[in-house]
Design a protein around this ligand. Sequence first.
Ligand SMILES: [Zn+2]
Length: 260
Amino acid sequence: MARDAVAAGSSDLAREILGKALTPEHTQRPDPDAADAATLYAHLLLIDEGDHVAAGTWAAYAHNACLYLHGRTDERTIAAVLTHARALGAGGDVDDAEELFLVAEDALSTVDHTAARAIIVGVELAEMRHQNALCPSGLELMGDLCTTRADRYGAPDPLAITLLARLGAMYRACGHTNPAETCLQQAAALAATVGDLAAAVGLIAKQHDPYHPDLCAYNLDPSHPIPGVPNLANQIPRRPQRHKDSPAPHDVSSRLPQER
Ligand SMILES: [Zn+2]
């Protein structure tokens, strides 16, 4: 019922239903329905109310219950772990949050560490580091994720391009204009070769976090090393050159049988 309320766009109602249905007694034993409800409740408490304390309590219960009931690689466990990580990160407990993001990433990487979902968890971790004055390691992780994905799927891969643009936005937030421009220009050039990605890359390039300079690691200590920029430019596909007298690739008329 709470999920129906969320689907219908009423997360207030969903929170109310879940708040009444879940009691402290539920946290005493691992119950599949209560664990499922607790993950959703924690998510809503965090997103809608920013209540990372209550969210953390319910997410911790859901995490432990799901791990016991379903195992580490089950989707329900991964969802609970991620919610728990976000609640801890929102409360400034970056070390414990990082550990849980890595647990989720590891579970998702069981099949393929270049898979989109594992990469996206890594992105969340990189951004959490960046938002918590751990800019060098955030930039480094984002660069590694971008390279890992591009090495596996090629630079015109939409996710690799998006990561490159986000990395550019992160560098710029830290005041590193040159690496920021290098990333954003490469991302724009690659995006131009992939369908309708240019608009999304353009939006990311315009992102601006006015609060970052106040907590930026480089403002606190300019001696931090600046991680290198992934080089995906050499993977930008060239348009095939066509001789002016040869038929266009889609022009099949010359290959059709001639009328007699
Ligand atoms: Zn920074």
